[in-house]
Design a binder for this molecule. Structure first.
Ligand code: SF4
Length: 304
């Protein structure tokens, strides 16, 4: 595996609860790294030798700012190029945005990507994202915007209500999107999805690590647990074609996954991820360690 990037889900908790979220982020969601765990995984990442880039994301990583700051500092000190993905909720003014970003820049942060679309606000470019994009370059940070496009020919932003279905525009129907956004969407026969369209499951360049130690090929497809086994060992022993979930997905996509394991299922799905995610939900009892954690499948919510 030629792994160059480790994307650390610092927490599953988020101040938003977007319908298109792959990881079921929510204010009521559980799961966050401890400082000791974070330090351990960063040292393990260095041991691998091929990883050059660490990204902190979530959930919303800025909700645990001291943890984020220390993570950025250590990752940078260990020689990684360090980035963050955030929804920018903290950028309440340019002055405030600077206060949040400056310590991170001084700790070695190289880039920040901000989510901005109609799921995160009432305009494609949210005021918070505009402030981040204005301030970050002054601190020497590279910037990017992560946008799920507005539906073509669709509603005025003022008419937008969370929960209304979207079509087209790059929504991928996995995680919460596979539950909240599929109603009323055009569907195709389940045999129409013979390959995974988005992830290189055989030789991923980057992989996600969650606060429970799970390493995800794609959100909810686990190849090992870093709290139980060293990262270097997990990667060395990973045989993609032998993995009970990745194997069928690599050889024949979500169609192959359903064909391999499911006797009964719906006939039509919105996209490949919708079939993949739905099949995996049915398979969780059979492969509890590989299709985990509950947070990736709509569980883990507490105290709502
Ligand atoms: S088809 Fe499955 S493995 Fe591929 S990107 Fe979609 S959800 Fe992930």
């Amino acid at each position: 595996m030629n792994l160059t990037g480790l994307h650390i889900l610092l927490t599953y908790t988020c101040n938003y609860e977007c319908d298109h979220c792959f990881v079921w982020g929510s204010p009521w969601q559980t799961g966050v790294f401890t400082m000791a765990q974070l330090k351990d995984v960063l040292y393990q990442a260095r041991e691998v030798g091929t990883i050059t880039e660490i990204y902190f994301e979530g959930g919303e990583a800025f909700l645990y700012y001291p943890l984020l700051l220390e993570g950025v500092r250590l990752a940078s000190a260990l020689g990684f190029s360090v980035g963050i993905v955030s929804n920018g909720y903290w950028a309440t003014s340019e002055e405030d945005a600077c206060q949040w970003l400056k310590p991170l820049a001084q700790a070695g942060l190289k880039s920040i990507d901000v989510s901005s679309d109609l799921f995160h606000g009432k305009a494609l470019e949210t005021p918070e994202s505009q402030r981040v994009l204005a301030v970050a370059p002054m601190l020497g940070l590279a910037t990017g915007t992560i946008t799920v496009d507005a539906p073509a020919g669709a509603r005025d932003p003022d008419e937008w209500e969370p929960g209304l279905p979207l079509s087209g525009g790059g929504v991928m129907y996995r995680g919460r999107a596979a539950v909240e956004l599929v109603e009323g969407q055009p569907r195709q026969h389940w045999m129409s999805f013979p390959q995974c369209p988005y992830e290189n499951l055989e030789n991923p360049g980057r992989i996600h690590l969650d606060p429970f130690g799970n390493l995800h090929l794609c959100q909810g497809i686990v190849i090992g647990n870093m709290f139980n086994q060293p990262l270097k060992q997990i990667l060395a022993h990973f045989e993609p074609h032998q993995h009970p979930i990745a194997g069928p997905l690599i050889s024949s996509g979500p169609t192959g996954l359903a064909m391999r394991y499911l006797d009964q299922h719906e006939q039509e799905f919105v996209d490949a991820c919708h079939l993949c995610y739905t099949a995996r939900v049915h398979l969780r009892n059979r492969f509890p360690d590989l299709l985990a954690p509950d947070q990736m499948y709509g569980g883990g919510i507490q105290g709502r």
